[in-house]
Ligand binder design. Sequence first.
Ligand SMILES: [Cu+2]
Length: 163
Amino acid sequence: MESATYNRKIVLTCAVLSILILALGYTSHFYFQSLYAKKGGSTKTTESKSASTSSSTNGNNSIALNALELKNETYRWQNTSEGINPPLHLVANTDYTIKIKNPTDTKHELIIGSNGTELKTSKDILPGKNREFVFNANSTGMLEYHCQYHPDTMKGIIYVSGQ
Ligand SMILES: [Cu+2]
């Protein structure tokens, strides 16, 4: 009889203890969840901020052209989208920033021309240097670009369309 009440006491104590442990785990779970939710919220705000900054810089018209050495000092112009001596597509009466990188070991000079007439030059771009300049085509049609020093291998066509 006495051992039965003793057993009942132990069972009761165990039950109370396990309820306490469960309750503690439950509340701490919610506490940490709310902490992480706060952290996640602040990360989201910075992400959307940087996204809007990059979209505003994309508003400029820019064209990237790099000097490229193939082998035996044969050079080409190159961009990332259309490859070697790429055709350039411009809209008339619009400013374009032409950005040129020269990672080769010799100098280059980009010249934009029309029927042998020079319209714009980048001036000399020395080895390892970058250069950018603004070009604006004032009429539609076809122009050409070439390098002053490698006119036979570094050359391409510029198509100027209307707005
Ligand atoms: Cu060149």
